[in-house]
Design a protein around this ligand. Structure first.
Ligand code: BGC
Length: 248
């Protein structure tokens, strides 16, 4: 059975698993280690090494995909919203390749999650424009048109009151401000209505840790576009990163 390894670097945790490429499922347990304080490159590399060791794939030759919470263009990270500023303009893919001594494929985390849902999840066979959003520490987005990824869309950085809207609307805002589901959903409503007006999508898919509780907030949203929870929940990033690595 064809397999690849996926690593998903997030604001709070670094997660990894061995992915079954035919089914888009995990053939291993899902390993998670907290993201090091400050998320600086050398510390993140060390933690990725640790995660691969725990998973028992440190010396594996399987394709390895790494998903990361920043704009990623040709292997370089170009932004740093919830991570150390050292990542801006950083040759991240090369840094990990040198550090791990192997080839890797490096992509934006929400783009990876969107690919997983398009190939094996809630947006499978979806025609037209699917917008995947991940609600976590920040808000990530992926646009898929007839299943084809248009990378680096960054909807979490639409501006509201001079700030990135993710500061106000991400799941972390709900936790930080101890919002009720109703109050948080009112913020989501503003975000999704605006995105719906801008792009007229055919489907919204919602991922991130909070997609474990879709019944708490999805029914509160009033949109013209269907909105569904990600099938792979918190594993979408791992599955998508592995799938993209295996494409190369
Ligand atoms: C980053 C995105 C990322 C998202 C989710 C945002 O702050 O700018 O690149 O996809 O958080 O992690």
């Amino acid at each position: 059975m064809a397999q690849a390894i996926g690593v998903d670097i997030g604001g709070t945790g670094i997660k990894a698993g061995i992915v079954n490429l035919a089914h888009g499922t995990l053939d291993s347990e899902r390993v998670r280690v907290p993201t090091p304080q400050g998320a600086r490159p050398a510390d993140v590399l060390e933690t990725v090494r640790e995660v691969l060791q725990v998973l028992g794939v440190a010396d594996s030759q399987l394709p390895l995909g790494v998903a990361f919470p920043a704009i990623v263009k040709r292997g370089r990270t170009l932004s740093a919203a919830n991570i150390a500023k050292d990542w801006i303009g950083f040759e991240a893919e090369k840094f990990f390749e040198d550090g791990l001594g192997r080839h890797i494929s490096f992509v934006n985390d929400a783009d990876a999650a969107g690919v997983a849902e398009a190939r094996h999840g809630a947006a499978r066979d979806a025609r037209g424009l699917t917008i995947m959003t991940t609600l976590g520490t920040g808000i990530g987005s992926a646009f898929l048109y007839d299943g084809v990824l248009i990378p680096n869309t960054e909807l979490g950085h639409l501006k509201r009151d001079g700030e990135s809207i993710e500061r106000w609307t991400a799941y972390s805002a709900m936790e930080r401000e101890q919002l009720s589901w109703v109050d948080w959903s009112a913020r989501l409503q503003e975000f999704y209505s605006h995105v719906e007006f801008l792009f007229s999508p055919d489907l919204f898919v919602v991922g991130g840790g909070v997609s474990k509780h879709p019944e708490k907030f999805l029914p509160l949203l009033e949109l013209n576009t269907p909105i569904v929870a990600a099938v792979h929940r918190n594993s979408s990033g791992i599955i998508g990163a592995a799938s993209l690595a295996a494409d190369i």
